[in-house]
Design a protein around this ligand. Structure first.
Ligand code: AMP
Length: 401
């Protein structure tokens, strides 16, 4: 797997257009080809020409569609160094913010753009020092940005471009009051780009209140989840969930992301798997930033085959080549299922999503099936007796990709 300048790369669907044809200048196009991107992805092809004209854009797209470059490239094209903090990118999690900074460092180098990354969970001082040097761009999680603004470390009155990345995740995480607070402090005269995988009412509200007749671009896959995913449900007794997980890990090799609902469950699962001799690491929001980065790095590099995560920490994990997502606990809603499933089968890759469910989860399984628009096959795993659903199933054999 290639890894250029700190940004991960994996197969994505691209258009047959060229980056020049989208209106980007030669220096940026050269930087793009150095990274190895040959053609723009659909979201890039649609967003970049609009963004270059300064229009407001609402992009409906998931992580993995190339949306980071869709907003970073026009920013890198239009801004030049040394005129104050002119672009602000709000991201829901530290991992996404750091990845966006890596894109900006890479593509902004021709215009000597400097980017400060303001994320929670790490010391403020290095961030304050970065702000003293007046960066051109700020990438931030909303809470930490407000901390700095309220302490007078940074002013937002020169912002010309605002990006709300993964807006639906930001709202899920309860950031709406902070996002509103930040929006009210920005100059009215600016360009706003908002990206979201879904379009709940709150997102529409933000668009109508804070954006100027945005152009909407929708490239989310029909049916809610990426193609190339094989979905499976294992209905077992509560006391057999652990055994089912261990068996699934034995049967399906390859890079695996295991989701637990709560942090304590993620910790418990991590210890269970470690005791069983699995190469496992974990990520949840109680861990320090250093440990989270380390966990992602060792998982990405293959030192740990298994990563145990909670929903919030698992959001936006962009690790190429995750072959298997296991829902040890069923997600709380169908949207979370789609987000979890989206960690595998990135771009054109194939992947498996296995859900371990008890009879109490069957209502949620049906909701998930509704969103997916397909019946998810009930499968069995060696040595674990399946829970018999009342409805007759035609077959309970495992379906392979
Ligand atoms: P994102 O949706 O921004 O998280 O990007 C998903 C992945 O696609 C990242 O690993 C990028 O490095 C990669 N990527 C983005 N744009 C392109 C492109 N035009 N060609 C090839 N890979 C790309």
């Amino acid at each position: 797997m290639k890894f250029a300048g700190g940004i991960p790369q994996h197969p994505v669907d691209t258009t047959d257009k060229s980056f020049e044809a989208l209106g980007l200048g030669k220096t940026i196009v050269d930087a793009i080809s150095r990274v190895g991107f040959e053609h723009p992805t659909p979201i890039q092809a649609a967003v970049i020409p609009l963004a270059l004209t300064g229009r407001d854009v609402v992009g409906l797209a998931q992580t993995g569609s190339g949306k980071t470059a869709a907003f970073v490239l026009p920013i890198a094209e239009r801004l030049t160094h040394g005129k104050g903090v002119r672009a602000l990118i709000l991201a829901p999690t530290r991992e996404i913010a750091m990845q966006t900074k890596a894109f900006l460092d890479l593509f902004g180098s021709e215009h000597r753009l400097s980017t400060a990354c303001l994320i929670g969970g790490v010391r403020m001082t290095p961030q304050t020092e970065a702000l003293h040097k007046t960066p051109d761009v700020i990438v931030a999680t909303p809470g930490r940005l407000l901390d700095h603004v309220n302490r007078g470390h940074v002013k937002l009155d020169a912002i010309e471009v605002l990006v709300l990345d993964e807006a639906d995740h930001m709202l899920d995480l309860g950031f709406l009051p902070q996002v509103r607070d930040i929006l009210r402090r920005l100059p009215r005269e600016r360009q706003t780009m908002m990206f979201s995988a879904t379009m709940p009412d709150t997102i529409e509200m933000i668009a109508s209140e804070f954006m100027r007749t945005p152009e909407q671009i929708d490239i989310t896959p029909q049916g809610g989840a990426a193609e190339g995913i094989s979905h499976r449900v294992y209905v077992v007794k509560l006391e057999d969930k652990r055994k089912a997980l261990l068996e699934l890990l034995r049967e399906e090799l390859g890079s695996t992301l295991v989701f637990a609902r709560r942090k304590v469950d993620a910790d418990w699962l991590f210890h269970v798997l470690e005791r069983e001799g699995h190469p496992v690491t974990r990520i949840h929001s109680d861990l320090s930033q250093v440990r989270r980065v380390k966990a992602l790095q060792t998982f990405r590099e293959g030192e740990h085959r298994i990563l145990v995560a909670t929903d919030i920490a698992g959001r936006g994990i962009d690790v190429p080549g995750i072959q298997h997502v296991i829902n040890f606990d069923i997600p709380e809603n169908a949207d979370d299922y789609v987000h979890r499933a989206g960690r595998t089968a990135r771009g054109r890759a194939k992947g498996i999503v296995s859900t371990i469910a008890t009879w109490q989860d069957l209502g949620m399984v049906r909701q998930i099936e509704e969103v997916l628009g397909e019946k998810v096959p009930r499968c069995t795993v060696g040595g674990v007796e399946p829970w018999e659903e009342l409805e007759k199933r035609p077959s309970r054999t495992r379906r392979r990709l």
